[in-house]
Design a protein around this ligand. Structure first.
Ligand code: FAD
Length: 603
């Protein structure tokens, strides 16, 4: 990636290593500069500890940099202030039903109690700020589920504030960038699509474009950062403001143990092995095992998903270090091992391939169905991305559904887009030539190209069309829930259902992938890694995807991986700080709710 001048020093440079390590001895070493790791380091610094972050790549952000940045924080103050009050007791009821199995170790209670405190704390003491999303329904229609007020999104950030360090922020995936480098947030997308509909939209779209063109005179991409990129840039900027060093391109080999306490790491950096001690512990925050073939096979369903949305550096290092030092990965408690998303395989301009995650823009819209290898529908297409893939796996036990196909009219794409193809696209030739989509004049011809029985596919489409005309999907309930309709088209006669009858017809292959891994190291409520006897491994914490998800393999609503990553990062740092101040008697007990309330008052 081109970098802005002046050329920054990289971790390979011996001087940069010495600068990063000049603050030794450190109190807390955090492995991984993603959302969980940077949040932990930031809170540690704000609580008076001397943290060091070790990142194995040359950029911060990990998968979080490519994410939407939404966090699921029931009972947050920001939403209540904006008029969307959410009683956390409802969320507790919702999670009890969804997850069941009791609240093992009190993690759920700790999460619900600490999430709002963490958001307020970061807002008051750092540059990490969130705004209320307003309406953003939970993913399951159950008692206690919310439609408004549970989610927050990161406040936009001006990347120019990072100066020559801007390039250190991992960019979003190319599939999410406009003109090869411009970011658009959720609130920008409808205004860009409907730019000619009103003067306000036109000016907004024009303003974004002008800012982007100006940015490109100096920077390798747009500096108006939104979503996950804004979150990680805000975290990174706050680390810089608090003087927290990040040691880049450091490859941790092992943990240092002293008297059964984790007391530092051995790291290879700039070609040398270094021992770096940490007085109050080590936090693994390496983003899970998305790129670890063996762990994927062991912890994910069969057939193992071939694709991952994980950042390239996330190779399971934290889990391996944890397991080598007494930590346990409980696969069963966190089945199915991933937070799923259906992806299509894109062909990028440079000849490489990429992945487009079908999160919310196309599946729920009226006039799209998903079919398996027999040409049958198998799932509510408008369900959450996680449930869609769960539906793929369930159907695959009966008939081939990996890959599955999204099917619609060419006119649908003009209106709503399909995966990587933007709304407004009329000429599909380039996408069919590259193999991204299959286009055919009739349903039968489409079926032939997909290797599906033509009569079966025709029967599926006809049945769906009858239901669409009746306005009710009796087969799979597409359009039945708030979530379905939220992601549908509010301006259409029916937000989620419309007949598919006018050719040409289009099909797009989708595969299972994960936006995050969910199986990880078992911890207590302060993110301390537990051994086989359920005792904390002293001085070892796991946060983010390295920690077994508090959601135990379920996906309650938008932001249920980053919410816990920040919240348990906060708790880990608070715990380490309390231990350092000897506030918590040894052996340290879980941070009590009064302590959290004290932090809330202090913030
Ligand atoms: C398209 C997309 C959208 C998403 N949207 C959302 C959303 O809106 N809300 C939500 O909750 N979740 C979302 N997610 C999931 C979310 O991004 C991840 O769950 C989250 O980033 C995990 O945070 P983390 O800190 O554990 O890992 P990461 O953010 O991936 O950071 C891990 C860091 O550790 C580094 N690292 C890896 N191994 C080592 C090692 N051995 N030593 C040192 N460093 C190491 C990596 O290079 C990386 O920088 C989305 C994901 C995708 C792909």
């Amino acid at each position: 990636m081109p970098k802005i001048a002046p050329e920054p020093e990289t971790g390979h440079n011996g001087a940069a290593v010495e600068i990063a390590l000049s603050g030794a001895p450190f109190d807390l070493i955090i492995l991984g500069a993603g959302a969980g790791g940077m949040a932990t380091a930031l809170v540690a610094a704000l609580e008076g500890l001397k943290p060091l972050v070790i990142e194995r790549t040359d950029q911060v952000g990990g998968t979080a940099a490519t994410s939407a940045g939404t966090i699921w924080i029931p009972g947050n103050r920001q939403s209540a202030d904006a008029g969307w009050y959410d009683d956390p007791k409802n969320a507790a009821r919702y999670l009890d039903q969804l997850i069941g199995d009791g609240d093992r170790g009190g993690l759920r209670t700790a999460y619900l109690a600490t999430g709002p405190v963490m958001v307020d704390y970061l807002r008051q003491k750092s540059e990490v700020r969130f705004n209320p999303s307003g309406k953003h329904p939970d993913y399951h229609h159950m008692d206690g589920a919310a439609v408004h007020g549970r989610t927050l999104y990161p406040e936009r950030f001006d990347g120019r504030r990072l100066g020559p360090d801007f390039w250190r922020v991992r960019p979003p995936i190319p599939e999410f960038l406009i003109f090869g480098g411009m970011m658009a947030g959720k609130e920008d997308v409808p205004r860009l699509i409907h730019r000619f509909r009103s003067m306000g939209n036109f000016l907004h779209a024009g303003g974004l474009l002008l800012r982007y063109l100006k940015d490109r005179l100096t920077y390798s991409r747009g500096t108006r950062l939104v979503m996950g990129n804004a979150l990680v840039a805000r975290l990174f900027h706050s680390l810089r403001q608090n003087g927290v060093p990040v040691l880049f391109e450091g490859e941790v080999q092992d943990l240092i143990r002293r008297d059964d306490t984790v007391a530092g790491v051995v790291v290879r950096v700039a070609g040398e092995l270094r021992r770096i001690e940490a007085r109050h512990g080590v936090v693994v925050a390496t983003g899970g095992y998305g790129h670890h073939a063996g762990l994927r096979q062991a912890l994910m369903p069969n057939p193992t998903p071939m694709h991952t949305m994980a950042s390239p550096g996330n190779t399971g290092g934290g889990l391996e270090l944890g397991m080598r030092n007494g930590g346990q990965v409980d696969a069963r408690a966190n089945a199915p091992g991933g937070f799923w998303v259906p992806v299509s395989v894109t062909r990028r301009a440079d000849g490489t391939s990429g992945l487009f995650p079908h999160l919310l823009l196309d599946r729920a819209k009226p006039g799209l169905i998903a079919v398996n290898g027999k040409g049958e529908r198998f799932v509510n297409e408008a369900s959450s991305y996680h449930d869609f893939v769960q539906g793929m796996y369930a159907s695959h036990t009966r008939t081939k559904t990996i890959p599955a196909y999204l099917l619609c009219e060419a006119d649908f794409i003009r209106k709503y887009g399909l995966g990587h193809i933007h709304p407004g696209t009329r000429r599909l030739q380039r996408f069919s030539d590259s193999g991204y989509i299959v286009v055919a004049p009739s349903i039968e011809a489409l079926a032939t190209q997909l290797g599906i029985d033509g009569q079966a596919l025709r029967a599926t489409v006809e049945r769906y069309n009858r239901l669409a005309r009746e306005g009710k999907d009796f087969d799979f309930g597409k359009g039945d829930t708030e979530l379905n309709r939220f992601n549908g088209d509010p301006e259409a006669a029916n937000p989620c259902l419309a007949p598919i009858e006018k050719g040409p017809f289009v099909a797009l292959e989708v595969w299972p992938a994960e936006i995050a891994t969910s199986a990880g190291l078992r911890t207590d409520a302060d993110a301390r890694v537990l051994d086989a006897q359920e005792k904390p491994v002293d001085g070892l914490y796991a946060v983010g995807n390295d920690m077994a998800s508090v959601m135990a393999g379920t996906y309650p609503g938008p932001g249920t991986t980053l919410g816990p990553a920040l919240t348990f990062g906060f708790r880990a740092a608070m715990h380490a700080a309390a231990r350092a101040k000897a506030v918590v008697p040894e052996p340290p007990s879980a941070m009590s709710l009064p302590t959290i309330e004290a932090a809330r008052l202090a913030a």
